[in-house]
Design a protein around this ligand. Structure first.
Ligand SMILES: *Cc1c(COP(=O)(O)O)cnc(C)c1O
Length: 344
């Protein structure tokens, strides 16, 4: 007999991208920002280390909520602060799904949704994109919770906010638009949250704010929804240093905008370079590029790794293989190009 629930014994578990702890690598595999966070973050952290560590953090992270509410133009009670946006996904899954309920997510997409469903012990179905990277009008059919990353990972493709709003309006359950990469795109679903209470947005400070090491994300939802999520989260889900860092980061608008612009400019360069090298490149709205090639890509991934360049290799059942390359600095992309010219 096992000590664990059958669903946990059967679980393969989420396999994160490689996080090697030695230096000397060009790391283009988990969509981190190649630039450091705002200097205001380091200043705020230094002060917090001096006088915040003895006490519990604010359970609501109100300093962050105020800052985020200012920036996004919503009320503070529309924001739920979370320990990375993965924590937001966990809270939403726990809040919505009983054993017989259905979670849906697109494929190919973020593999974490399925893992969350398995842990929860609910049903899960993945639904394919159309040829034009849209979702069919019945995407939410039968589902109590749907997850759609927008822009999507690993493809970098994007659905128009109007399509997602239509899906949410036709749904019986909540549609969560995972906007981990929305800061790199031209559009997002914040307005739709105002228009439909079934549409919920999650955001991350890991990518566009260069804070993957800090673990901070948040939910934007209508106040009645947000209030319920607060009941489910761990009491102190965001630590004191994370709250301080995230608040300073989101307040520094100028640094944020400049950083996003740099990444977008390098993304265009990266796409052009990969196309020139014979890859089939899906136009990206995020801080990474999804590519396929007429030759198998696994050996390309391995050859890059031998040259100390990490990208992410994916194999989606029923869809196939590809490489996801994060946007690094211009210099890193140049070195990637040199390596690839020797490989393909
Ligand atoms: C990176 C990522 C997340 C998780 O972000 P954290 O805030 O670091 O937990 C969530 N969803 C998608 C699609 C991601 O790529």
């Amino acid at each position: 007999m096992s000590y664990f629930r059958p669903t946990i014994d059967a679980l393969a578990g989420y396999v994160p991208g490689e996080q090697p702890q030695q230096g000397g690598l060009i790391k283009l595999n988990t969509n981190e920002n190649p630039y450091p966070p705002s200097p205001a973050v380091l200043e705020a952290l230094k002060q917090a280390i001096g006088d915040r560590l003895r006490l519990y953090p604010d359970p609501l992270a109100r300093a962050f909520r105020r800052a985020a509410a200012d920036v996004l133009g919503v009320g503070e009670d529309w924001i739920v602060a979370t320990n990375g946006s993965d924590d937001a996904l966990t809270i939403l899954t726990r809040s919505c799904l009983s054993e017989d309920d259905l979670m849906v997510a697109p494929t190919p997409s973020y593999p974490m949704y399925r893992v969350l469903a398995q842990i929860q012990g609910c049903r899960f179905e993945s639904r394919r994109f159309t040829d034009g990277w849209e979702l069919s009008g019945d995407f939410m059919a039968g589902a109590r919770l749907g997850y759609v990353p927008n822009p999507n990972s690993p493809t970098g493709t994007m659905l128009p906010p109007a399509s997602l709003l239509a899906l949410a309006r036709s749904a019986a359950g909540l549609l969560v638009v995972d906007e981990a990469y929305a800061d790199f795109a031209d559009a997002n679903c914040l307005d739709s949250v105002r228009q439909c209470e079934r549409l919920v947005v999650t955001r991350s400070l890991s990518k566009s704010y260069s804070l993957a090491g800090i673990r901070f994300g948040f939910v934007v939802a209508q106040p009645a929804i947000a209030q319920t999520l607060l009941k489910v989260k761990d009491p102190y889900n965001c630590d004191a240093l994370a709250i301080v860092a995230a608040t300073a980061a989101i307040r520094d608008r100028e640094y944020f905008r400049a950083g996003v612009e740099k990444v977008r400019a390098t993304r265009r360069r990266l796409e052009a370079m990969l196309r020139e090298l014979g890859f089939s490149v899906t136009p990206s709205h995020a801080n990474f590029v999804w590519v396929r090639h007429s030759q198998p890509v696994r050996p390309i991934y391995e050859a890059l790794k031998e040259r100390k360049i990490l990208v992410r290799y994916f194999d989606f059942p029923g869809f196939g293989t590809g490489l996801r390359v994060s946007v690094g600095t211009d210099d890193e992309i140049e070195q990637l190009g040199q390596a690839l010219r020797a490989i393909v």
